[in-house]
Structures are given as C-alpha cells and as structure tokens.
Design a protein around this ligand. Structure first.
Ligand code: PRP
Ligand code: URA
Length: 211
C-alpha cells in the first residue's frame, strides 16, 4: 500500500474547520464535499484515459477521455456516503457500488451488513470513500471484497488516518495495488479506537447520532 498525504494549506484550513467541535452538521457536510473535491485531484492522478479525436474552433487535435471499463466509486456506508457527491462532481462518469460496514465499538472489528458490488471488477479502477482510517479494519475488509471480485487497482480517499490504520493496511496489502490518499495523518488512536485529535465520530457529525 502506498500512502499519499495531501500537503496543502487550503486542505489544512478546511480540515481545521471540519475538526472544530463547534462546526454544525450542515457546514460539516459542505466541508467534506469541498475536501473530497480537492483530494480527488490527487486520487485520480493515474486515471485510465484513452485518446480521442476532436475539433476545436481552430482545428483538429487529439485529446483524452476516461477509458472503459468505467471506474467504480465505493462509499463505505454510513460516513463514506458524505463523500460521494463531492467525488461524483469531478468523476460524473463513475459507476457506484456500496459496502455497509459498522465497527463493533467493543471489539473494534468491522461488521459488514450490506454489499452491492459488480461481480467482476477486472481492469476497473476502484475508488473507496471513507473519511476515517482508524484501526484500518473497515477499509481492509472493503479492499478485500474488491480484490476478491478481481480489482487490481484500488485507491482509498480518506480525510483522517491514524498511524495504526496505515500500518495495518501496509501489512495486509504490501504491494502497490492499493493507494490511500488522505488529507491528514494524525497522532494515534485513543483507548476507544478514536483518532486523536481526529474529528470525532464522522457518521454522527454528518448525520446525527444513530444509536
Ligand atoms: C467509521 C468510519 C470508518 C470506520 C473506521 O464508521 O466511517 O468506516 O469507523 O474505523 P476502523 O478503521 O477502526 O475500522 P463507523 O463504524 O462508525 O460506522 P458509521 O459510518 O455508520 O458511523
Ligand atoms: N470512526 C470515526 O468516525 N472516528 C474515529 O475517530 C474512529 C473511527
């Protein structure tokens, strides 16, 4: 797994607003969307394109367009859904699969409750969306599903990562088939598996307390 930490003052500015406990859910959702726009630029650096012949008003030229098979975006429900609109704004031709995972807050193990993915992901670039990479269990489980379906290129777009989660991803996926693009690499996990300083429970901050 290769890690790319965005190192950009505008991303840092928006991340600070996002982390602030006083930020309301509507503003939090808007900031997530803006941050995903910015991170998508980095995450799509190796997007598959093919040449296309067009004419400008001045004459013919060869451009490029997104190649088939079309890429697949995979938000991890719930919090990853908050990143989908921002991602699709820049990648409107993407198709979308879904994985529903919630972390058991006692064991910190991922529990999958939904999965709707194409059967065959051979040759398709996959983009997993989840704001938080904490222990790494939820992201690793999702990447396993994609690789089982034949994916060979998976890029995860996350907002905050803990070193513990990055380490787990590197152990589980030692090759270069998995990339993780993050806005910030934080200090550590606390005793409850929350990222420090992090931003709290991303799903709750996007959508309110579920239970
Ligand atoms: C959060 C987050 C990740 C997961 C990260 O989801 O969105 O999916 O925790 O933790 P991990 O790296 O230790 O697996 P959560 O399980 O809280 O579910 P939610 O999105 O429905 O709130
Ligand atoms: N999930 C969250 O939403 N936040 C964390 O800090 C860790 C896991």
């Amino acid at each position: 797994m290769q890690l790319h930490v965005a190192n950009h003052p505008l991303i840092d500015h928006k991340m600070t607003l996002l982390r602030d406990e006083r930020t309301s859910s509507p503003v939090f959702r808007e900031l997530v969307s803006e941050l995903v726009n910015l991170l998508t630029y980095e995450a799509t650096r190796t997007l598959h394109v093919e040449p296309v012949e067009i004419r400008t008003p001045v004459g013919p030229t060869t451009g490029s367009r997104c190649a088939e098979p079309l890429p697949l975006a995979v938000p991890i429900i719930r919090a990853g859904l908050g990143m989908l609109d921002g991602f699709l704004k820049l990648m409107p031709h993407c198709e979308v699969g879904f994985v529903g995972i919630r972390r058991n807050e006692e064991t910190l193990q991922p529990e999958t409750y939904a999965k709707r993915l194409p059967d065959d992901l051979a040759h398709r670039q996959c983009f997993v969306l989840d704001p938080m990479l904490a222990t790494g269990g939820s992201l690793a489980a999702t990447v396993d599903f994609l690789i089982e379906a034949g994916a060979t290129e998976v890029t995860a777009v996350c907002l905050v990562a803990a070193p513990e989660g990055v380490e787990l991803m590197q152990e589980r996926f030692p090759g270069d088939e998995v990339n993780v693009v993050v806005a910030a690499l934080d200090e550590r996990l606390n005793d409850h598996g929350y990222i420090v300083p992090g931003l709290g429970d991303a799903g709750d901050r996007l959508y309110g307390v579920a239970d």
